[in-house]
Design a protein around this ligand. Sequence first.
Ligand code: SF4
Length: 351
Amino acid sequence: MDKASKKYCLDLTEEELLKWCLDNGFPKFRAGQISKWLNSGVTETSRMTNIPASMRQKLDEDFIFSEMKIIDEFVSKIDGTRKLVYLLPDGNIIETVIMRYKTGLSICISSQAGCKMGCSFCASAKAGFGRSLTAGEMVAQVLMAQDHIGEKIRTVVVMGIGEPFDNFDNLLEFIKIMNNPDGINMGARHITVSTCGLVPKIKEFTKLKLQVNLAISLHAPNDELRRELMPVASAYSISELIDACRDYVNKTGRRITFEYSLFNEVNDTFACAEQLSRLLKGLNCHVNLIAANEFPGSPYKRCVPKRVDAFRRALESKGINATLRREMGTDIMAACGQLRRSKEEERAGQV
Ligand code: SF4
């Protein structure tokens, strides 16, 4: 079988594994054994010690095992946040960030290698777009990280490199695999998906009535400013976006989160806070304020603490729940896409 037509091991369904076992003359209990290894993050057949050598060889011939690798790791000296850098079988690079909270470990995974959305404040956008990840490659980030650090991960946030709703079908498959009670068995409420605001996909997502948490990267309270920061705002107006969010909350009964990165003297003014509170009035929501990281070449400056606090207080005075997201891993460039970009530049420099 040529490599391009081979499936990545974590994209195999239990039915496919079972069929493969039977087609190749292996007993069906072997499918369960392989699934168990995969669900525990072991993606190298050489480590599947209860599988006969001949079967491991056949698995390697027919599917892609072990070719997704952790090639680098950075650990924050400030708070222990870890960034893992993965090399995909086709040479693309993605990153994953693992953070420790009082409630346990949380992982922020990538949904694409790069991103097409072009947000002006984002390092991922600057590094261009490679491709969307398969569901298995998203699952692998969680399982391989767990295996690597030897500790269970409690919550998953799909908020790393890429726009998850631009990879909708694979995202849904990822959620299904993570939820599977006979497999990884992570509750939907432990998973958060963050979108920059692809309105038609928010509507589709609403119809599914999943228990997964939804977060919207808003970052501006009006169309003009939002278009400056996020090209997606030219396709969908802020009122269309908020209408879709209201519909989501009404139909699912779930609270929605808005991510709002503060850039100094850009979107952190009192007028912006006022506008934002009017926009979100009466909506069951929470605003996560982020004092955004600067990165080389970024046109924006980090918002100073005094302005961050004033913004939060202005929202709260209007009855909008808002918290400042604790910054983690600032010394290892933990924000979205920063490391991928520097790795790409490093690789380009080596050519
Ligand atoms: S902020 Fe998110 S949606 Fe925007 S370019 Fe970066 S990864 Fe893509």
